[in-house]
Write a protein that binds this ligand. Structure first.
Ligand SMILES: Nc1ncnc2c1ncn2[C@@H]1O[C@H](COP(=O)(O)OP(=O)(O)O)[C@@H](O)[C@H]1O
Ligand SMILES: [Mg+2]
Length: 210
């Protein structure tokens, strides 16, 4: 049996990842694939507990290095227990954020050295990389306005606009380095237009693998 497809959705807060997750799932399911949808940090019982620490710790200070290590600890658990077994069984996995987010947030946003993150990436993932990454790209101002409508901001959402502009630029640099894997979606468009861009990228990608 061949390994399932591993597809990740990336972008700053409010870009439209969660809004498009089930659509990507549907497009894959229509090709007859078994599909699992998950998210990072999280996806497992332990991963979700680490997510709680990362997103909602108000009373403790978490340094950039500690944050990066916690994210990779959650990732190791997620890969071992959920993602890798599913892929090995031929199931496809759609994940809301993955390691590109670590390079963008902890690397671009918090200025953790790229090389350190790359070391952890190899340790935790070995050779595993997403087959396709949809990067929902939007200006920080727009993303934050959209996310601002959410009830209470998490630890990241409390960062300022400059932080998210650095995150956005780090994502775009990654897309320039790996244009075949990371496909940029103009997420400033209206929801229907964003969805049709997703359709086009997915069609193109699936043509290449089928
Ligand atoms: N293209 C769009 N135009 C306007 N609003 C959008 C668009 N995409 C998503 N939204 C809205 O913006 C908010 C954040 O979207 P969401 O998909 O949760 O973003 P993310 O998961 O990337 O943080 C939601 O209220 C959603 O309905
Ligand atoms: Mg989301």
């Amino acid at each position: 049996m061949s390994r399932g497809l591993f597809i990740t959705l990336e972008g700053i807060e409010g870009a439209g990842k969660s809004s498009n997750l089930s659509h990507v799932q549907d497009l894959l399911a229509r090709t007859g694939r078994d599909v699992i949808v998950t998210r990072e940090p999280g996806g497992t019982a332990l991963g979700e507990r680490i997510r709680e620490l990362l997103l909602h710790s108000r009373d403790v200070d978490i340094s950039a290095d500690t944050e990066t290590l916690l994210i990779f600890a959650a990732r190791a658990d997620h890969l071992q227990k959920l993602v890798s077994p599913a892929l090995a069984q031929g199931k496809s996995v759609v994940c809301d954020r993955f390691t590109d987010a670590t390079f963008a947030y902890q690397g671009g946003g918090r200025r953790v050295a790229h090389k350190r993150i790359a070391t952890l990436e190899t340790w935790v993932q070995g050779e595993l990389r997403p087959d396709l990454t949809l990067l929902f790209d939007v200006a920080a101002k727009i993303g934050l306005e959209r996310a601002g409508n959410r009830s209470s901001p998490d630890r990241f959402e409390r960062e300022d606009r400059e932080f998210f502009e650095r995150v956005r630029q780090a994502y775009l640099e990654a897309a320039r380095r790996e244009p075949a894997r990371i496909r940029v979606i103009d997420a400033s468009a209206n929801p229907a237009e964003v969805r049709s861009q997703v359709d086009r990228v997915m069609e193109d990608f699936l043509r290449g693998v089928d």
